[in-house]
Design a protein around this ligand. Structure first.
Ligand code: ATP
Ligand code: MG
Length: 269
């Protein structure tokens, strides 16, 4: 990878929660300008923590980066606030969609423009979001709570786009969505990447889908990167197939099953 083309360089970061729990044990990854990079791995591997370390949303979770560095186009960013990072073009779409339930789709999208002043530019940006997400335009006046899961995910991505980002950290866009809708969402992500040159770092348990759309992938396990490579090679790698795609391996559950089981447990708890 040509070092000039690297937007984001995460270098050996450690993350600790609540002063004691070491969750990331030296994670390094790079995201090239204009790329789609997938961060893969099962339940609790550390994907969300990695994204939160980059967007600096860790503090709200009593987490902190205790080692390593994070650079945006060669400049250190570990000490910038989430708002400063948004100003510099780094925005995170959180896991679980997080739309404001009582606001309309359009009001939700407009909350993404809070860092900006130019009304004409904001209006143009909104129209652009609608060209990529025609469903959101149709539903613009609907209260987010009454829209589908897919529409809410689109709304969360659309809101991030309203900040005019250069890199979007996208946390599990496929979560809880039907395969057809996941495909639709990923398709739009690819379109935004190709036409608007938005760079994506994408955390996913849905390895199959992520590798279909990403250029490069990193696989995480227990707070470490255990494998990386271009998406095509990873998708065809026999270890990846066996452990992460849930094929082969007598009686081995796909981690998708494991995940929904754990999630269900969490809901019932
Ligand atoms: N706020 C927190 N306080 C303490 N430990 C946490 C906190 N958030 C996450 N962890 C722990 O950190 C580890 C990594 O969690 P993380 O959410 O980053 O994983 P993930 O790869 O995103 O998993 P999933 O696919 O289920 O979203 C897990 O062991 C988790 O229990
Ligand atoms: Mg996660």
């Amino acid at each position: 990878m040509d070092s000039n083309s690297i937007v984001l360089n995460v270098n050996g970061i450690e993350v600790i929660y609540n002063h004691v729990i070491l969750v990331l044990k030296g994670v390094s990854l790079q995201v090239p300008e204009g790329g789609i990079v997938a961060l893969l791995g099962g339940n609790g591997a550390g994907k969300t923590t990695t994204l939160r370390a980059i967007s600096n949303l860790l503090r709200a979770e009593r987490g902190e980066v205790t080692k390593g560095s994070i650079e945006l186009r060669g400049e250190r960013i570990e000490n910038l606030s989430p708002a400063e990072l948004v100003q510099r073009g780094v925005v995170q779409v959180m896991e679980g969609r997080h739309c404001f339930a009582h606001l309309s789709i359009e009001e939700n999208l407009m909350t993404g423009s809070y860092t900006r002043r130019d009304k004409g530019e904001i209006a143009a940006n909104l129209e652009k979001v609608y060209t990529y997400f025609p469903r959101l335009k149709t539903r613009r006046t609907s209260q987010a709570a009454y829209t589908s899961g897919g529409e809410q995910q689109m709304c969360a991505i659309g809101r991030a786009l309203m900040t005019n980002p250069s890199i979007v950290l996208l946390d599990e866009p496929s979560m809880g969505l039907a395969p057809q809708i996941v495909d639709e969402v990923f398709h739009i992500v690819k379109d935004l990447n190709t036409k608007e040159k938005v760079t994506f770092l994408l955390a996913e348990q849905n390895t199959n889908m992520a590798l279909k759309y990403a250029d490069y992938g990193y696989i995480m396990e227990s707070g470490r990167i255990v494998m990386d490579g271009n998406a095509h090679d990873l998708a065809n790698n026999s270890d990846v197939k066996e452990f992460y795609l849930g094929v082969g391996g007598e009686g081995r559950k796909s981690f998708r099953d494991v995940k929904s089981y754990k999630r269900r447990k969490r809901w019932l708890a």
